[in-house]
Design a protein around this ligand. Structure first.
Ligand SMILES: [Zn+2]
Length: 464
């Protein structure tokens, strides 16, 4: 903590409580910042499929990037909230998918300012498209589409929507954005014409992530041209979801094991079923996956990456070279340590990559998930806080950091981190179950990861 900032910090702590404080003193950010978050995007897969991913390849070659270490437990709601705030779970308030007492974590649990709160407080616009833990939709200058918007709509226009009506409260800000976003949702015809149609047919339209990711992307594309947003964030879940179920089938070691032993996959499936009898059968679980099935099974993950490469191309083309464009993931993937042929598990190395006017071209560095928010604050010309553990990534950016304020924590208290008994919100819960994130009793799916097991975090309740 720089000594010169301390007196200033005390003053700013008082201001921090008053809704971001000093809008009149804010200067306009010199350049706009766009963040695209790809849940579960893995450097290893980007490399393995580079020949099919021309946009990612060019982005990584021309821009700056770092292997990013993430905090444990590696749970998406925790990590995305850390990246948006600069704080660990014990401080930001989101402890996983559900707390220990039957309730889903939501944006209402967040006890710290996130980037868009601060940007709004400084008088600038934000554009939030689907970032995790943004329900109720944040009230910002600009627009916010909460992550629950797509969860509250069956991802096919052919499905009855009445059941979902009550879940649509506060899924967008302003409310009128909900009408636009509904119109932008891809219809069954579009989904059927997609190169991923074979996945949707196998998986079921409401559960496959393509419709949700495409909706988030279209909302960003629709709002950007009219927007002055200093900060835009776009979140896409599909790489994570597809990788949980299909990662092993494209992994060279797992492929070798399946080719050498035609019953190896089935034995692991059966063992999994014995331990977790209520769990949905994994892909190819009925018969076991053999060498003959590998060609088809191995396509799922790379084909989804090809779709994401197209999304990146659309976004990069739209925002142009004068915008700082940052790519993030919250973790990578690897074969599960216990069932390496059946499920993919989270890997603690995530993607941080950037292009733009203040990016040190072709720079390579080290990053930690705590560094994301301080670096984005620096790019936005806004102060991070002294109680954020991260640093500005000066190796990757030519950027000055503003003197930090004392804190961007709004409230402190005990939180529960880890799995829950049951999720209270039925519609969201059934969606999470359908995707395999939760089991039938609302617990995080044990097969889907070491990553979602119960973890007790000792809460430091002593405010500075
Ligand atoms: Zn994730």
């Amino acid at each position: 903590m720089p000594a010169r900032a301390q007196g200033f910090g005390v003053l700013m702590l008082l201001l921090a409580g008053s809704a971001g404080g000093c809008a009149s003193q804010a200067e306009a950010p010199s350049e706009r910042v766009v963040v695209v978050g790809f849940d579960g995007l893995d450097y290893g897969a980007l490399e393995r499929y580079a020949s099919r991913l021309p946009t990612f390849r060019r982005f990584l070659a021309e821009g700056a990037h770092a292997e990013m270490q993430v905090t444990s437990p590696i749970m998406s709601p925790i990590v995305w909230t850390t990246m948006a705030s600069g704080y660990p779970a014990e401080v930001h308030g989101v402890g996983g998918w559900t707390n220990g007492r039957g309730r889903s974590f939501t944006g209402a649990d967040v006890r710290v300012q996130r980037l868009w709160d601060v940007v709004s407080g400084a008088g600038h616009e934000s554009l939030v498209a689907g970032w995790l833990m943004t329900w109720p939709a944040p009230i910002v200058r600009g627009h916010s589409l909460s992550d629950r918007f797509v969860w509250s709509h069956p991802m096919s226009r052919d499905n009855a929507r009445e059941d979902f009506e009550e879940e649509r409260e506060a899924t967008t800000y302003p409310d009128s954005l909900g009408t636009l976003a509904s119109e932008l949702m891809p219809d069954a015809e579009w989904l059927a014409a997609s190169p991923l149609a074979y996945q949707i047919a196998a998986y079921g339209a409401p559960s496959h992530p393509l419709g949700r990711d495409e909706t988030h992307t279209r909302v960003f594309e629709a709002l950007w041209p009219e927007s002055d947003a200093a900060l835009s964030v776009l979140y896409l879940n599909g790489a994570d979801q597809v990788s949980h179920l299909y990662w092993p089938f494209q992994d060279p070691d797992a492929q070798r094991a399946i080719r050498l032993d035609p019953t190896a996959h089935k034995r692991q499936v059966d063992d999994l079923q014995r331990r977790h009898p209520n769990q949905t059968l994994p892909p190819y679980g009925e018969t076991g996956l053999t060498a003959a099935d590998l060609g088809e099974a191995a396509r799922w993950v790379p084909d989804y990456y090809v779709y994401l490469d197209g999304v990146l191309d659309r976004v990069w083309t739209l925002v142009g070279p004068d915008t700082t464009l940052v790519l993030l993931s919250d973790h990578g993937f690897q074969c599960s340590s216990t069932k390496p042929l059946v499920v993919g598990g989270h890997r603690g190395v995530a993607v941080f990559a950037a292009v733009g006017p203040r990016v040190r071209a072709r720079a390579r560095g080290e990053a930690h998930v705590f560094d994301v928010a301080p670096t984005l604050y620096a790019l936005l010309g806004l102060p991070a806080a002294e109680d954020m553990p991260g640093h500005v990534l000066h190796d990757l950016f030519d950027v000055e950091e503003q003197p930090r304020i004392a804190s961007r924590v709004l409230q402190r208290g005990a939180i529960e981190v880890g799995e829950g008994e049951s999720a209270g919100d039925d519609a969201l819960r059934s969606q999470l179950e359908a995707l395999g994130y939760l089991d039938e009793s609302g617990r995080p799916n044990a097969a889907i990861g070491e990553s979602r097991r119960n973890t007790n975090v000792v809460v430091d309740d002593k405010a500075p």
